[in-house]
Write a protein that binds this ligand. Sequence first.
Ligand code: FAD
Length: 282
Amino acid sequence: MGETEFYKANSVKEACDLLAQFGERATLLAGGTDLMVLVNRRQLIPEVLVYIGECGLNYIREEETGLVIGAATPHVEIVRSELVQKKAPLLAKVISTIGSPAIQNQGTIGGNLGNASPAADSAVALLALGASLKLVAAGWERTVPAADFFVGPGKTVLKPGEIIQEIIIPEEAAEYKWAFRKIGKRRADVCPTVSAAVAVKTENGRCKAARIALGSVAPTPLLSKKAPEMLVGKTVDAALIADVAKAVAEETDPIDDVRATAWYRRRASEALVKELLSQVIG
Ligand SMILES: Cc1cc2nc3c(=O)[nH]c(=O)nc-3n(C[C@H](O)[C@H](O)[C@H](O)COP(=O)(O)OP(=O)(O)OC[C@H]3O[C@@H](n4cnc5c(N)ncnc54)[C@H](O)[C@@H]3O)c2cc1C
């Protein structure tokens, strides 16, 4: 086994240049909470590690486009940020449930997205908030909706040499009523069996906009297509909530694994959506 070369990038440009230089040999390292598990189990033996934890991607700020969070911002800073609590309280709440204090100190939002687990909690929140991701490489940058970022378990639209630079949450996200819940075997240090986030905007008693996202029930974090079609423009009552919950559960494509059966996950999705929608629309 060869030795791993380690490079600490001092800027985003340097990180991109290192990725361009080493190509497929390079692996990005942020907090290491996912990556080092693979390394310790010998499921991954990186040739070149490019560390981005101190390259200037740790920030939370308000810009014209909305709330902007650098990809290497640790979870704990997002949870504690007054700006996030004001502009995107759903995200602060969801991230506060990730792992444990140790994982939240070490893990980053970009790593949670880059790992592309169908269970990634921050992904569920960002889908419900209508967020976008700014991706950067040596020579180009582009912005993609979070809804288009995941393509399969552990797979994203990231091209070779690209990194997630920042997450952009639109200003109007603050206008949504929201609710989140995740079901797991225990409260800490465990990935969710099923999770769901609901974000709804109402006006004069009618639903103006709605997003429902779920985790651990499909090959990628799932943003419901049917929910907005069924809810927008309607006065939402218990019967409609029950229909939406059923329709969202039908959109899931869960698997049996050590945490739960597919049958359970589909039933739990329906129950969670019903509970959360009732909570926000009352
Ligand atoms: C005990 C335990 C409990 C956990 N509980 C939860 C939980 O409840 N909910 C949950 O969602 N997750 C959970 N996790 C998973 C984990 O903490 C997150 O996925 C974490 O946020 C990863 O961030 P990181 O900075 O440590 O990423 P790393 O481990 O450094 O990287 C993860 C992956 O993302 C890539 N990457 C990192 N940064 C970027 C970037 N900017 N652009 C592109 N790719 C990038 C890396 O190359 C790697 O492939 C848990 C993990 C452990 C070990």
